[in-house]
Design a protein around this ligand. Sequence first.
Ligand code: PMM
Length: 280
Amino acid sequence: MTLPVVADRTVVMGIVNVTEDSFSDGGRWLDPDTAVAHALELVRLGADIIDVGAESTRPGATRVPADVEEQRIRPVIRALSAEGIATSVDTMRASTARAAAEEGVRLINDVSGGLADPQMYHAMAETGLPVCLMHWRTEAFVNASGAADHGGDVVRDVRETLLRLAGAAEEAGVARELITVDPGLGFAKTAADNWALLGALDELCAGEFPVLVGASRKRFLTEVRAARGLEHSPLDADAATAAVTALAARAGAWCVRVHDVASSRDAADVAAAWKKHSRG
Ligand code: PMM
């Protein structure tokens, strides 16, 4: 299997959370048929790949049992694979990653960077699938609340930690060209941490591994409107998300993971056209 890429454009990953409690769309796509229909609509609007997750990491969330996670994920990935649609599985469990691989998934997206389950790197290697390793400095891998100590330099911490995680994955047998990384915006990070990471995205994207950016509807983006006294629910943050997509694309991000695919695909296309026509 090869890494999902689109020539000259940032890949747009559409989110389908088959969960009860994700922070912006919890419960809406819990029924497999509804989840599949939503995914098909995201593809129509321009998604290149659909990220299917069954476990929320919102503040206050608790872990979903492994069997429930697997039961939620299997029918959705199976149906999308049958339609020829590329999927990724958002999971911290090796067993769920293996189940998703059986259903034809094209990428394993682990927000724990392979640390939550000691079997994960082996599962990644065995499936031969591309992987995304996300930075999340935490002890428990339960929910993303709180702010971790990043040693006074969050960019350095993220860069060094991701290289270490990638090294561990490689050691377990994951091919280097199948490894992608993610700074983990909003995962035990303050708004200032998130902005510092976005401000350093050029630098992060110039590193050895393709970079995925997951800013969609996160709290630090809702704060842009809150600062002006406007409505600022997660759903109000899609324009800010699309702005991040355009800038992330410009910085060289491989992929953006978003809820509102239409606006981010527009942004990715604009960034691609801009780059194509830029002089020098
Ligand atoms: N964020 C969430 C879930 N999965 N995966 C990656 N690779 N990067 C992210 O930033 C990320 C993720 C939380 O957002 P959601 O609850 O809306 O899916």
